[in-house]
Design a protein around this ligand. Structure first.
Ligand SMILES: O=P(O)(O)OC[C@H]1O[C@](O)(COP(=O)(O)O)[C@@H](O)[C@@H]1O
Ligand SMILES: [Mg+2]
Ligand SMILES: [Mg+2]
Length: 322
Protein backbone atom coordinates (compact mmCIF):
# COMPACT_ATOMS: atom_id res chain seq x y z
CA UNK A 1 0.00 0.00 0.00
CA UNK A 2 1.43 3.40 -0.92
CA UNK A 3 1.40 6.78 0.79
CA UNK A 4 2.75 7.78 4.21
CA UNK A 5 0.38 7.59 7.18
CA UNK A 6 -1.33 10.64 8.68
CA UNK A 7 0.93 10.52 11.75
CA UNK A 8 4.05 10.29 9.59
CA UNK A 9 3.03 13.30 7.49
CA UNK A 10 2.20 15.41 10.55
CA UNK A 11 5.43 14.41 12.31
CA UNK A 12 7.59 15.10 9.25
CA UNK A 13 5.92 18.52 8.91
CA UNK A 14 7.14 19.34 12.45
CA UNK A 15 3.67 19.71 13.96
CA UNK A 16 3.69 19.87 17.77
CA UNK A 17 2.92 16.56 19.47
CA UNK A 18 -0.18 17.86 21.28
CA UNK A 19 -1.65 18.97 17.93
CA UNK A 20 -0.84 15.57 16.36
CA UNK A 21 -2.56 13.96 19.35
CA UNK A 22 -5.71 16.03 18.78
CA UNK A 23 -5.68 15.41 15.00
CA UNK A 24 -5.35 11.68 15.61
CA UNK A 25 -8.38 11.85 17.92
CA UNK A 26 -10.29 13.70 15.19
CA UNK A 27 -9.23 11.05 12.65
CA UNK A 28 -10.48 8.34 15.06
CA UNK A 29 -13.79 10.15 15.45
CA UNK A 30 -14.14 10.41 11.64
CA UNK A 31 -13.40 6.69 11.30
CA UNK A 32 -16.14 5.93 13.84
CA UNK A 33 -18.61 8.29 12.12
CA UNK A 34 -17.85 6.64 8.75
CA UNK A 35 -18.65 3.26 10.31
CA UNK A 36 -21.97 4.52 11.72
CA UNK A 37 -22.94 6.18 8.41
CA UNK A 38 -22.22 2.94 6.51
CA UNK A 39 -24.33 0.92 8.97
CA UNK A 40 -27.11 3.51 9.28
CA UNK A 41 -29.82 1.57 7.41
CA UNK A 42 -28.96 -1.67 9.26
CA UNK A 43 -29.08 -0.09 12.70
CA UNK A 44 -32.32 1.79 12.04
CA UNK A 45 -30.54 5.16 12.11
CA UNK A 46 -32.17 6.81 9.09
CA UNK A 47 -35.17 9.18 9.17
CA UNK A 48 -35.68 11.85 11.81
CA UNK A 49 -34.65 11.74 15.46
CA UNK A 50 -37.73 13.72 16.51
CA UNK A 51 -35.64 16.52 18.04
CA UNK A 52 -34.36 19.93 16.87
CA UNK A 53 -30.90 21.47 17.22
CA UNK A 54 -30.21 24.96 18.58
CA UNK A 55 -30.95 26.39 15.12
CA UNK A 56 -34.43 24.91 14.94
CA UNK A 57 -33.41 22.28 12.36
CA UNK A 58 -34.70 18.71 12.55
CA UNK A 59 -31.98 16.39 13.82
CA UNK A 60 -31.30 13.00 12.25
CA UNK A 61 -30.23 10.11 14.50
CA UNK A 62 -26.81 10.22 12.81
CA UNK A 63 -26.41 13.97 13.55
CA UNK A 64 -26.67 13.08 17.23
CA UNK A 65 -24.54 9.92 17.00
CA UNK A 66 -21.77 11.77 15.10
CA UNK A 67 -21.83 14.60 17.62
CA UNK A 68 -21.59 12.15 20.55
CA UNK A 69 -18.68 10.34 18.88
CA UNK A 70 -16.79 13.62 18.42
CA UNK A 71 -17.39 14.74 22.00
CA UNK A 72 -16.43 11.35 23.49
CA UNK A 73 -13.31 10.93 21.33
CA UNK A 74 -11.88 14.43 21.30
CA UNK A 75 -12.34 15.28 24.99
CA UNK A 76 -9.54 12.73 25.48
CA UNK A 77 -6.99 15.32 24.24
CA UNK A 78 -5.19 16.96 27.19
CA UNK A 79 -4.70 20.34 25.45
CA UNK A 80 -8.30 20.71 24.25
CA UNK A 81 -9.97 23.54 26.20
CA UNK A 82 -13.36 23.89 24.51
CA UNK A 83 -15.71 22.54 21.85
CA UNK A 84 -18.20 24.35 19.64
CA UNK A 85 -20.55 21.98 17.79
CA UNK A 86 -23.40 22.63 15.36
CA UNK A 87 -25.50 20.29 17.51
CA UNK A 88 -24.76 21.90 20.92
CA UNK A 89 -26.17 25.29 21.85
CA UNK A 90 -23.48 26.44 24.31
CA UNK A 91 -19.71 26.41 24.07
CA UNK A 92 -18.51 23.33 26.02
CA UNK A 93 -15.58 24.21 28.29
CA UNK A 94 -13.51 21.19 29.31
CA UNK A 95 -10.96 22.92 31.50
CA UNK A 96 -9.67 26.31 32.60
CA UNK A 97 -8.10 27.58 29.32
CA UNK A 98 -4.32 28.06 29.24
CA UNK A 99 -2.36 29.89 26.55
CA UNK A 100 -1.79 27.57 23.57
CA UNK A 101 -4.63 25.20 24.43
CA UNK A 102 -6.85 24.27 21.52
CA UNK A 103 -10.44 25.17 20.62
CA UNK A 104 -12.27 22.70 18.38
CA UNK A 105 -15.20 23.78 16.15
CA UNK A 106 -17.13 21.14 14.23
CA UNK A 107 -20.14 20.24 12.16
CA UNK A 108 -20.29 16.53 13.05
CA UNK A 109 -22.41 15.57 10.04
CA UNK A 110 -22.71 17.92 7.11
CA UNK A 111 -25.23 17.39 4.34
CA UNK A 112 -27.34 15.13 6.55
CA UNK A 113 -30.41 15.61 4.29
CA UNK A 114 -28.55 13.14 2.02
CA UNK A 115 -28.41 10.31 4.56
CA UNK A 116 -31.74 8.70 3.68
CA UNK A 117 -30.80 8.61 0.00
CA UNK A 118 -27.33 7.11 0.57
CA UNK A 119 -25.40 10.05 -0.90
CA UNK A 120 -22.11 11.48 0.34
CA UNK A 121 -22.01 13.36 3.64
CA UNK A 122 -19.10 14.70 5.69
CA UNK A 123 -17.68 16.27 8.83
CA UNK A 124 -16.13 19.76 8.91
CA UNK A 125 -13.77 20.97 11.67
CA UNK A 126 -11.50 23.79 12.65
CA UNK A 127 -8.84 24.19 15.35
CA UNK A 128 -7.83 27.51 16.92
CA UNK A 129 -5.67 28.42 19.93
CA UNK A 130 -6.39 30.08 23.26
CA UNK A 131 -4.49 33.42 23.21
CA UNK A 132 -3.62 33.71 26.90
CA UNK A 133 -4.37 32.04 30.22
CA UNK A 134 -8.03 32.36 31.13
CA UNK A 135 -9.08 33.81 27.76
CA UNK A 136 -12.48 32.36 26.83
CA UNK A 137 -12.82 34.05 23.42
CA UNK A 138 -14.08 31.61 20.79
CA UNK A 139 -15.29 34.32 18.39
CA UNK A 140 -12.06 34.58 16.41
CA UNK A 141 -11.57 35.35 12.70
CA UNK A 142 -10.93 32.38 10.43
CA UNK A 143 -7.41 33.57 9.59
CA UNK A 144 -6.43 32.47 13.14
CA UNK A 145 -7.21 28.81 12.41
CA UNK A 146 -4.28 26.49 13.09
CA UNK A 147 -5.85 23.60 11.16
CA UNK A 148 -9.00 23.32 9.06
CA UNK A 149 -10.25 20.04 7.69
CA UNK A 150 -13.06 17.85 6.58
CA UNK A 151 -13.87 14.18 6.29
CA UNK A 152 -15.84 12.97 3.28
CA UNK A 153 -17.91 9.81 3.70
CA UNK A 154 -18.27 8.84 0.05
CA UNK A 155 -17.31 5.70 -1.87
CA UNK A 156 -13.98 6.21 -0.08
CA UNK A 157 -13.61 7.92 3.30
CA UNK A 158 -11.18 10.80 2.99
CA UNK A 159 -9.64 13.28 5.40
CA UNK A 160 -8.51 16.59 3.90
CA UNK A 161 -6.36 18.96 5.96
CA UNK A 162 -5.01 22.49 5.69
CA UNK A 163 -2.41 22.73 8.45
CA UNK A 164 -0.08 25.44 7.22
CA UNK A 165 1.53 23.47 4.39
CA UNK A 166 -1.00 23.56 1.58
CA UNK A 167 -3.86 21.06 1.42
CA UNK A 168 -3.33 17.32 1.77
CA UNK A 169 -5.83 14.53 1.20
CA UNK A 170 -5.69 11.17 3.04
CA UNK A 171 -7.74 8.07 2.22
CA UNK A 172 -8.92 5.62 4.88
CA UNK A 173 -7.78 2.09 4.14
CA UNK A 174 -10.77 -0.15 4.93
CA UNK A 175 -9.42 -2.96 7.05
CA UNK A 176 -6.33 -1.45 8.66
CA UNK A 177 -8.18 1.76 9.57
CA UNK A 178 -5.12 3.82 8.61
CA UNK A 179 -5.39 7.16 6.81
CA UNK A 180 -2.69 7.38 4.11
CA UNK A 181 -1.66 10.38 2.03
CA UNK A 182 -3.14 10.00 -1.46
CA UNK A 183 -3.45 13.67 -2.59
CA UNK A 184 -0.23 15.41 -1.46
CA UNK A 185 -0.87 18.89 -2.90
CA UNK A 186 -4.48 19.71 -3.66
CA UNK A 187 -4.84 22.88 -5.73
CA UNK A 188 -7.95 24.44 -7.21
CA UNK A 189 -7.66 25.39 -10.88
CA UNK A 190 -7.87 29.19 -11.13
CA UNK A 191 -10.41 29.17 -13.97
CA UNK A 192 -13.62 27.16 -14.10
CA UNK A 193 -16.78 26.64 -16.12
CA UNK A 194 -18.71 24.83 -13.37
CA UNK A 195 -20.87 26.33 -10.62
CA UNK A 196 -22.94 24.97 -7.72
CA UNK A 197 -25.97 26.77 -6.30
CA UNK A 198 -29.45 25.80 -5.11
CA UNK A 199 -31.24 27.42 -8.06
CA UNK A 200 -34.70 26.74 -6.59
CA UNK A 201 -34.08 29.91 -4.54
CA UNK A 202 -33.62 32.07 -7.65
CA UNK A 203 -36.66 34.28 -6.97
CA UNK A 204 -35.31 35.16 -3.50
CA UNK A 205 -31.78 36.15 -4.61
CA UNK A 206 -30.30 39.66 -4.64
CA UNK A 207 -29.43 41.34 -7.96
CA UNK A 208 -25.68 40.39 -8.13
CA UNK A 209 -26.41 36.67 -7.74
CA UNK A 210 -29.27 36.80 -10.26
CA UNK A 211 -26.95 38.56 -12.68
CA UNK A 212 -24.21 35.94 -12.17
CA UNK A 213 -26.70 33.14 -12.75
CA UNK A 214 -28.05 34.82 -15.90
CA UNK A 215 -24.50 35.25 -17.22
CA UNK A 216 -23.45 31.63 -16.70
CA UNK A 217 -26.70 30.07 -17.88
CA UNK A 218 -26.57 32.20 -21.06
CA UNK A 219 -23.48 30.15 -21.97
CA UNK A 220 -21.51 30.95 -25.11
CA UNK A 221 -24.17 33.42 -26.31
CA UNK A 222 -23.88 35.47 -23.11
CA UNK A 223 -21.27 37.88 -21.72
CA UNK A 224 -18.99 35.06 -20.48
CA UNK A 225 -18.66 33.66 -24.00
CA UNK A 226 -18.59 29.99 -22.93
CA UNK A 227 -20.92 27.27 -21.68
CA UNK A 228 -21.05 26.48 -17.95
CA UNK A 229 -22.02 23.24 -16.24
CA UNK A 230 -23.98 23.07 -12.94
CA UNK A 231 -23.87 20.61 -10.01
CA UNK A 232 -25.77 20.63 -6.68
CA UNK A 233 -25.37 17.70 -4.28
CA UNK A 234 -26.73 19.64 -1.25
CA UNK A 235 -23.77 18.35 0.73
CA UNK A 236 -21.17 21.08 1.17
CA UNK A 237 -18.31 18.68 1.87
CA UNK A 238 -19.00 16.67 -1.29
CA UNK A 239 -19.36 19.90 -3.26
CA UNK A 240 -16.09 21.38 -1.95
CA UNK A 241 -14.21 18.13 -2.49
CA UNK A 242 -15.29 18.13 -6.14
CA UNK A 243 -14.12 21.74 -6.44
CA UNK A 244 -10.75 20.88 -4.87
CA UNK A 245 -10.33 18.02 -7.33
CA UNK A 246 -11.40 19.75 -10.57
CA UNK A 247 -12.29 23.40 -9.90
CA UNK A 248 -15.63 25.15 -9.70
CA UNK A 249 -17.46 27.67 -7.58
CA UNK A 250 -19.90 27.06 -4.71
CA UNK A 251 -22.47 29.69 -3.72
CA UNK A 252 -24.89 29.82 -0.81
CA UNK A 253 -25.82 33.51 -0.89
CA UNK A 254 -27.93 35.66 1.34
CA UNK A 255 -31.51 35.78 0.02
CA UNK A 256 -34.93 37.03 1.04
CA UNK A 257 -35.71 33.76 2.83
CA UNK A 258 -32.53 33.49 4.93
CA UNK A 259 -31.60 37.17 5.37
CA UNK A 260 -33.02 37.41 8.90
CA UNK A 261 -30.76 34.51 9.94
CA UNK A 262 -27.71 35.99 8.18
CA UNK A 263 -27.54 33.26 5.51
CA UNK A 264 -27.70 29.45 5.38
CA UNK A 265 -24.28 28.11 6.33
CA UNK A 266 -22.58 28.59 9.68
CA UNK A 267 -19.38 30.64 9.84
CA UNK A 268 -17.30 29.02 12.57
CA UNK A 269 -17.64 25.34 11.75
CA UNK A 270 -18.69 25.24 8.09
CA UNK A 271 -17.65 28.30 6.11
CA UNK A 272 -14.43 29.47 7.84
CA UNK A 273 -12.76 26.02 7.73
CA UNK A 274 -13.73 25.58 4.08
CA UNK A 275 -12.45 29.11 3.35
CA UNK A 276 -9.07 28.25 4.91
CA UNK A 277 -8.81 25.04 2.87
CA UNK A 278 -9.86 26.81 -0.34
CA UNK A 279 -7.36 29.67 0.13
CA UNK A 280 -4.58 27.21 1.01
CA UNK A 281 -5.37 25.44 -2.28
CA UNK A 282 -5.10 28.70 -4.24
CA UNK A 283 -8.82 29.51 -4.44
CA UNK A 284 -10.93 32.41 -3.14
CA UNK A 285 -13.49 32.75 -0.32
CA UNK A 286 -15.82 35.73 0.05
CA UNK A 287 -19.27 36.68 1.27
CA UNK A 288 -19.54 38.66 -1.97
CA UNK A 289 -18.34 41.81 -0.23
CA UNK A 290 -15.79 40.65 2.36
CA UNK A 291 -13.01 38.05 2.67
CA UNK A 292 -14.45 35.27 4.82
CA UNK A 293 -11.22 34.66 6.79
CA UNK A 294 -11.25 38.29 8.02
CA UNK A 295 -14.75 38.16 9.53
CA UNK A 296 -14.94 38.33 13.33
CA UNK A 297 -17.92 36.16 14.39
CA UNK A 298 -20.62 37.73 16.52
CA UNK A 299 -21.89 34.46 18.00
CA UNK A 300 -20.92 30.77 17.87
CA UNK A 301 -23.73 29.70 15.50
CA UNK A 302 -23.63 32.78 13.24
CA UNK A 303 -24.58 32.19 9.59
CA UNK A 304 -23.00 33.90 6.64
CA UNK A 305 -23.30 34.33 2.85
CA UNK A 306 -20.80 32.07 1.12
CA UNK A 307 -18.91 32.04 -2.21
CA UNK A 308 -15.96 29.61 -2.41
CA UNK A 309 -13.85 28.13 -5.18
CA UNK A 310 -11.76 28.90 -8.25
CA UNK A 311 -10.08 32.26 -7.74
CA UNK A 312 -11.02 34.03 -10.95
CA UNK A 313 -14.69 33.04 -10.62
CA UNK A 314 -14.89 34.12 -6.97
CA UNK A 315 -13.23 37.44 -7.90
CA UNK A 316 -15.75 37.89 -10.72
CA UNK A 317 -18.69 37.30 -8.33
CA UNK A 318 -17.18 39.77 -5.83
CA UNK A 319 -16.87 42.32 -8.67
CA UNK A 320 -20.59 41.89 -9.47
CA UNK A 321 -21.31 42.93 -5.86
CA UNK A 322 -19.43 46.24 -6.23
O1 LIG B 1 -30.96 22.07 1.39
P1 LIG B 1 -30.22 23.17 0.71
O2 LIG B 1 -30.87 24.51 0.84
O3 LIG B 1 -29.87 22.85 -0.72
O4 LIG B 1 -28.84 23.34 1.52
C1 LIG B 1 -27.80 22.46 1.39
C2 LIG B 1 -26.68 22.90 2.26
O5 LIG B 1 -27.02 22.73 3.62
C3 LIG B 1 -26.10 21.86 4.27
O6 LIG B 1 -26.61 20.56 4.25
C4 LIG B 1 -25.96 22.38 5.70
O7 LIG B 1 -25.30 21.52 6.53
P2 LIG B 1 -26.01 20.55 7.64
O8 LIG B 1 -26.46 19.30 6.92
O9 LIG B 1 -24.86 20.32 8.55
O10 LIG B 1 -27.13 21.33 8.28
C5 LIG B 1 -24.85 21.91 3.39
O11 LIG B 1 -24.07 20.76 3.46
C6 LIG B 1 -25.43 22.09 2.01
O12 LIG B 1 -24.57 22.77 1.15
MG1 LIG C 1 -23.34 21.44 7.64
MG1 LIG D 1 -24.53 19.19 10.30
Amino acid sequence: MSGPTLRRVLTDAGQPSDLIFLLEDIASACRAVAYEVRNGPLKGNLGLAGSENVQGEDQKPLDIIANDIFVATCTNSPRLAALVSEEIEEVVWLKEPKEGDYLLFFDPLDGSSNLDTNLSVGTIFSIMKVAEDGDRTVLKPGREQVVAGYALYGPATMLVLAAGQGVQGFTLHQGSGIFRLTQPRMTIPEETSEFAINASRHRHWDAPIKRYYDEVTAGRDGPRGRDFNMRWVASMVAEMHRILMRGGVFLYPLDDRNRDKGGRLRLLYEVAPMAMIVEAAGGGATTGTERILDLVPTEPHQRIATVLGSKSEVDHIAALHR
